[in-house]
Design a protein around this ligand. Sequence first.
Ligand code: FPP
Length: 242
Amino acid sequence: MTLIDPNKIPKHVAIIMDGNGRWAKKRAINRLDGHKKGADAVREIVEASREIGVSWLTLYAFSEENWKRPKREINALMALLKRFLKSELDRMVKNGIRLQSIGRIEKLPKSTRDVLLKTIEETSANKGMVLTLALSYGGRQEIVDAVRRIVVSCDREKTSPDEISEQLVSGFLYTGGMPDPDLLIRTSGEYRVSNFLLWQIAYTEFYITPTLWPDFGKNEYLTAILDFQKRERRFGGREKCI
Ligand code: FPP
């Protein structure tokens, strides 16, 4: 296998982790066990990202639409997230990983939110990699929330509409201050964006694999990075730039 080029590591990788349910179904086991196995894959990919020098890793862990799932599954996912955060705290601190979240986290159950906020606080000084969990996240909702805040701010600051730029809008998104993703990975073979980072993926490279999320390990992650490194990114222009 060709080695990945350490000078061309994507700065920001975003992942739509799909297929936990199908993974469980294929084995005739409970969906919840699919999610548990999915959490193990999260651990492996976070570790691999840190190892190869990705600076920003953003994972779609729970979408706004996921609230429509049966209560039992939602509760299990929330409990799993809580357990995951508790069990990973030491490792995050040791590996210099700073946790943050994007999304309407006020909708999360209090006990999950409390652990999330505590983990964010306890990793806030870490400088190695930023791990962003998209929780109760929807791209359209994010844009709506940004527009609301822009209107309030423009009114307060007496900003004229002409001064509203792409940069200003970006700054008001949940991801304000983060670079846009260079690479978006989607597992389980679906060719859609599912309301994830709609504004931010304007020039992002996509890697879509049929592999179900619980089976997505370090090897295939490196294959995705290698694939990314072979692409010529033009950002709509004609010059070669990465
Ligand atoms: C998709 O599987 C997965 C999710 C609902 C979100 C991702 C959740 C995890 C990886 C579990 C734990 C996460 C953390 C951060 C600890 P699906 O149920 O939609 O699969 P299906 O489409 O095959 O039914």
